[in-house]
Design a protein around this ligand. Structure first.
Ligand code: DOR
Ligand code: ZN
Length: 347
């Protein structure tokens, strides 16, 4: 029996598009299925000012395939030199939908990030005043903290104190990977939300490390043990309003993933919607897929729902996805879930 599901066209609330040849190569993969995406600002150099964001948005629009109506939603990269007035102007003009906090050293191109939250206090207060969300890469970077504990320690030592001192600040816990993240977001009230990636619903740390190291499963925050993956699945498929999709699809050319010190990032733009249909069906929650991919995000960001729709079809035969996207920057491996997927976005 052929099964169909039609959804409000989804949005991706956490996406890396890069720039130049990579942007050109990966953008169609997202624009094919998604109406909008929140574009991460960790370019080299980062997207810090409203002028940087306007110029980057123009480059994205120019790289779109002919006829595409995909809309990039821009973010600013928070630095210790960020000007609160520039942030306010970027928000007032509608250009920028969030500001991204990268603790310095936490991940790819985060060295210009924040070392001391006190030094960005004026920016955070301005954001709280105008209702502009802060998106957090929620990991501490202290060498003494085990990499598998960095998210939980961030919640206790950075996020919770910040929320207590500035409760009006709207915050998105990006790409949560732990039971602690799931629990904290659930109890946080209307000013707190969390994005969940596709790959963290599928892999745990064994997938990265057992039976040989799999560089294409390495991302940050790194996938945790199985109980955390199960907590993420329960949260994503719950239909609760604080959880929504942010794929964190993060392309790196194969040469930079498959080396002695490989980059962090899973590239899931190509098959994300099919994989999510598989996961939600497995959980018996296909009816909540639209809530997660298309309804909760716009509600948190106070944006209208998309009018267009997409249809996913479950085929008799397992569907094939390209193993790699061939960009002019080099080949980028598409996330391989390691099981057959029968779902496909058909229209
Ligand atoms: O795995 C990741 N890749 N995590 C991040 O936080 C950044 C991203 C990237 O930009 O490659
Ligand atoms: Zn990211």
């Amino acid at each position: 029996m052929v099964q169909h599901i039609t959804l409000t066209r989804p949005d991706d609330w956490h996406l890396h598009l890069r720039d130049g040849a990579m942007l050109k190569g990966v953008l169609p993969e997202t624009a094919r299925h998604f109406a909008r995406a929140l574009i991460m600002p960790n370019l080299v150099p980062p997207v810090v000012t409203s002028a940087d964001a306007a110029a980057y948005r123009d480059r994205i629009l120019r790289a779109l395939p002919e006829g595409s109506t995909f809309a990039p939603l821009m973010t600013l990269y928070l630095t210790e030199g960020t000007d609160p007035q520039d942030v306010a102007a970027a928000h007032a003009s509608g250009l920028v939908k969030a500001v991204k906090l990268y603790p310095a050293g936490a991940t790819t191109n985060s060295h210009a990030g924040v070392r001391n939250l006190d030094s960005v206090r004026a920016v955070l207060e301005k954001m709280a005043e105008i209702g502009l969300p802060l998106c957090t890469h929620g990991e501490v970077t202290t060498a003494e903290v085990d990499i598998f504990d960095r998210e939980a320690v961030f919640i206790d030592t950075v996020l919770d104190p910040l929320r207590r001192s500035l409760p009006e600040l709207r915050i998105v816990m990006e790409h949560i990977t732990t039971e602690q993240g799931v629990d904290y977001a659930r109890e946080g009230g209307e000013n707190l939300a969390a994005t969940i990636t596709t790959h963290h619903l599928i892999i745990n740390r064994n997938h990265i490390l057992a039976g040989g190291i799999k560089p294409h499963y390495y991302c940050l925050p790194v996938a945790k043990r199985e109980k955390h993956r199960l907590a993420l699945r329960a949260a994503a498929t719950s239909g609760l309003p604080m959880y929504f999709l942010g794929t964190d699809s993060a392309p790196h050319v194969d040469a930079l993933k498959e080396q002695a010190c490989g980059c962090a990032g899973c590239f899931t733009a190509t098959n994300t919607m099919a994989l999510l249909a598989h996961v939600f069906e497995e959980e018996g929650k296909l009816s909540n897929l639209e809530t997660f991919t298309s309804l909760n995000g716009p509600a948190f960001y106070c944006l209208p729902l998309n009018e267009a729709r997409i249809t996913l079809v479950k085929h008799e035969l397992a569907q094939t996805f390209p193993e790699k996207i061939l960009t002019e920057a080099g080949p980028v491996t598409v996330f391989n879930p390691g099981f057959p997927v029968h779902w496909h976005v058909d229209a």
